[in-house]
Design a binder for this molecule. Structure first.
Ligand SMILES: NC(=O)c1ccc[n+]([C@@H]2O[C@H](COP(=O)([O-])OP(=O)(O)OC[C@H]3O[C@@H](n4cnc5c(N)ncnc54)[C@H](O)[C@@H]3O)[C@@H](O)[C@H]2O)c1
Length: 315
């Protein structure tokens, strides 16, 4: 199948695209390569350095499915330049979707976010709960989902709401919780935890890739939004898991970030998906890579710092 991936040079895409190539798919990757480019040369892969806001440059001929990852991808990065974030995360997405409809694309899979729910006290955060996003990033995801789902009579639309992703990627992110805490322990021998009691769901990057493949392989799954998060554990739990494998201190300081939420992914499980990897696997893989000398800290592994370096902030 010929698939368009947007944002395929990022953290998730750099693991997803090799997996799709391995399955025999033909891939067009559209990414402006803000964080670099780590994908292999492959006759079945076209890497196009294009901004998704330049909709007319995005080739959609013969594309059956789109996996749309290209967004400004976390709360603080969006705050750097909210106007840019609305343009990329919502307006460009809508233009792409509209072109996809005209070109007869059959399926659109969107990387939304589990953070669209805001703070929830319910023990099981399911897809039918109202969305009360608390950041601009969350709001762009909520609005984009609504725009994309308004096309569900033209094609299958799957909005995936992942938990925080963890694990290794060639375009590494050291600003996501499990990766960050593990790397702190390895580099400094100390893990700094703010508060620590906030519960957050997690998903291993290999399971994230498996979720996208699941929807590509089962395009008839009903259009709609699907949670994808499996281990609801506290930041302190993650730190303790790291401490099992790395000799380190855990330093707890007060936090003013109250966010705690637990994702319930039964709707996804009922479509036939099952979790295979755990947070602990990600921790062990990061430690192994570090000990082999193959995980070397780089500035572009920190999204906000790097976007400021690129001058993408509006202040
Ligand atoms: N990593 C997570 O924990 C997580 C969790 C939930 C949802 N998501 C979502 O998944 C998607 C991918 O996340 P990621 O962690 O791989 O982030 P990432 O920042 O590593 O990847 C995003 C990619 O999109 C590209 N991009 C951004 N704006 C672009 C534009 N205007 N034109 C072309 N390319 C552009 C960037 O260059 C980058 O390669 C994002 O939409 C993110 O919001 C990520």
């Amino acid at each position: 199948m010929k698939i368009l991936v947007t944002g395929g040079s990022g953290y998730k895409g750099s693991v997803l695209i090799p997996a799709l190539l391995n399955d025999g798919h033909e891939i067009v990757n559209v990414d402006n390569q803000w964080f670099g480019h780590y994908l292999p040369e492959d006759p079945k892969l076209a890497n196009l350095k294009i901004d998704i806001r330049d909709t007319e440059k995005i080739p959609l001929d013969d594309i059956e499915s789109i996996i749309h990852l290209a967004n400004i991808a976390n709360d603080p990065a969006v705050e750097l330049n909210p106007t840019l974030s609305w343009e990329v995360n919502v307006l460009a997405g809508q233009q792409l979707m509209d072109k996809a409809k005209r070109k007869g694309v059959k399926q659109f899979v969107f990387a939304s976010s589990g953070s669209v729910y805001g703070i929830k006290n319910e023990p099981n955060v399911t897809e039918d709960l109202p969305l009360l996003p608390i950041s601009v990033y969350n709001k762009t995801k909520m609005v984009a989902e609504r725009v994309f789902l308004s096309y569900k009579h033209n094609m299958q639309v799957h909005c995936i709401r992942p938990a925080t992703v963890c694990g290794l990627s060639p375009r590494m992110r050291l600003d996501v919780s499990v990766n960050m805490l593990t790397f702190q322990a390895l580099k400094n021998g100390v893990i700094n935890v703010f508060g620590g009691k906030q519960i957050r769901p997690n998903i291993h990057i290999q399971d994230m890739v498996r979720v996208y493949k699941h929807f590509l392989n089962n395009p008839k799954i009903d259009s709609g939004s699907y949670n994808a998060g499996f281990e609801n554990i506290s930041i302190l739990d993650i730190a303790e898991l790291v401490k099992k494998y790395v000799d380190c201190e855990i330093n707890i300081t007060e936090s003013n970030d109250p966010r705690s939420y637990r994702q319930d992914s039964n709707k996804l499980l009922e479509t036939g998906f099952s979790q295979k990897y755990k947070v602990e696997d990600a921790i062990k893989e990061i430690i192994e890579e570090f000990n082999k000398g193959q995980l070397i800290e780089k500035e572009n592994f920190y999204t906000v710092k790097w976007m400021k370096n690129l001058g993408l902030n509006s202040f």
